[in-house]
Ligand binder design. Structure first.
Ligand SMILES: Cc1ncc(COP(=O)(O)O)c(C=O)c1O
Length: 406
């Protein structure tokens, strides 16, 4: 019998293998808890990668979506969609910006941002506009967004990359000043306020403030990818609000629909009229079901004080993990804000994913060595304590073992 014959049959023979998956199938959830098809219960410390803002089966969201499904799911953008205006107005109120374009995913929102920047340049007479992007950034997996992404693993095999990006290191203002002196075709700066896939790496507040000034002086667009760090996750509606600045363009997705695919690009006055009829579109973008999910998500977040909850429970979680693990050899540091938390270890720790699931906890590992927590914003302090109780012994055992992990 050959080695191939002995390999276990794939549980998903017809699904393209673009993900490494744990052999767990989740069947239902409630709040911050999910159950698999064998009845095993897990505490959700991942929130569907920052998507399940309201957790699972939220008692206010479910009936609203059921009502919407029974009324109207999709029409097309040939007609007015009143719920689009409702969600757009709410996003403008929360951000202080002007207008919104709706799509369905994070990469689509970023793709629209890149198109806005290019057209903004063309409108100013710059034929080959350039956008400043960052080392270790992640913006998605379409050709333009993977070209903007600063991770060679994401780009390998898909060359030639889309041109027109200039890359700089994060939080190094001298580097961007050098670009400003030498590249006359720059039209925009594009970055995550907290890099997510890059390992929960925050952009410094003073750096963001200096960037805002530089963009104003140069007439560049400041484009902040808040796909992962936005929508209340850090304890404010948007992570850049901790720096007291406003972007010109802000792509959103993930948590905006609490699990229903919704993407958005929110724009300030410099960018909000760059795209006109025929310049951009998305069949599913802004459909009534998606918009209702967004409207209800924001309404429930306000009703339940979830920004404050993200800030308080997030602080508790970071403090508790640091207290328990800070002195353990192999622990490097804990980063993040609110409920966007990364714990860096001194070695690759992908094995912790399966070990945590076995212990009944869903987490992720990003940038090889960073344990990432992105729980639903409804998480209670008692549940956060349970994350600590489950995770700390696993990390201690992992770090005590010889460093052989992936
Ligand atoms: C900051 C950021 N931008 C964009 C994306 C891409 O979003 P999507 O997977 O919805 O296309 C992600 C996804 O992880 C992200 O974290």
């Amino acid at each position: 019998m050959s080695a191939v014959d002995k390999a276990p049959a794939s549980p998903e023979p017809h699904v393209m293998k673009t993900y490494g998956r744990l052999p767990i199938a989740l069947s239902h959830g409630r709040g911050c808890w999910v159950w698999d098809t064998d009845g095993k219960k897990y505490l959700d410390g991942l929130g569907g990668i920052a998507v399940n803002t309201l957790g699972h089966a939220h008692p206010k969201l479910v009936p609203a979506l059921q009502e919407q499904v029974a009324k109207l799911i999709h029409t097309s953008n040939y007609y007015l969609v009143p719920l689009q205006e409702q969600l757009a107005a709410k996003l403008c109120e929360a951000s202080g910006l002007d207008k919104v374009f709706f799509c369905s995913t994070g990469l689509e929102a970023n793709e629209a941002a890149i198109k806005i920047a290019r057209k903004y340049g063309h409108d100013k007479g710059i034929d080959r506009p350039e956008i400043i992007v960052y080392e270790k950034a992640f913006h998605g997996r379409s050709l333009a967004t993977l070209s903007a992404t600063g991770n060679p693993k994401v780009q390998a095999g898909f060359e030639p990359l889309v041109e027109g990006f200039v890359r700089v290191p994060l939080n190094d203002f001298a580097a961007i000043e050098a670009v400003a002196r030498t590249r006359p075709n720059v039209v925009a700066v594009f970055l995550e306020v907290i890099q997510g896939e890059g390992g929960i790496a925050p952009t410094r507040i003073d750096y963001l403030q200096s960037l805002r000034k530089l963009c104003d002086e140069r007439g560049w667009l400041l484009m902040l990818d808040e796909v992962q760090c936005g929508m209340g996750r850090t304890g404010k509606w948007f992570a850049h609000q901790w720096a007291g600045i406003q972007p010109d363009v802000m792509p959103l997705a993930k948590g905006l629909g609490s699990g229903v695919p919704v993407g958005a690009v929110v724009c300030g006055p410099k960018a909000s009229t760059v795209l006109g009829p025929g310049n951009h579109g998305s069949t599913f973008g802004g459909n009534p079901l998606a918009m209702r999910a967004g409207v209800e998500t924001l309404r429930i977040m306000e009703e339940e004080g979830l920004l404050q909850n993200a800030a308080t429970v997030g602080q508790f979680l970071r403090d508790s993990l640091l207290r328990e693990l800070g002195e353990v050899p192999g622990f490097v540091e804990i980063r993040g804000q609110g409920l966007m938390i990364g714990m860096e270890l001194d070695r690759p720790c992908g094995d912790l994913l399966g070990q945590a699931a076995q212990a009944g906890l869903l987490i992720s590992v990003t940038a090889d060595r960073v344990v990432r927590l992105l729980p639903p914003l409804i998480i209670t302090q008692a549940e956060a304590q349970q994350i600590v109780d489950l995770l700390v012994p696993l990390v201690k055992r992992f770090l005590a073992a010889p460093a052989t992990s992936t």
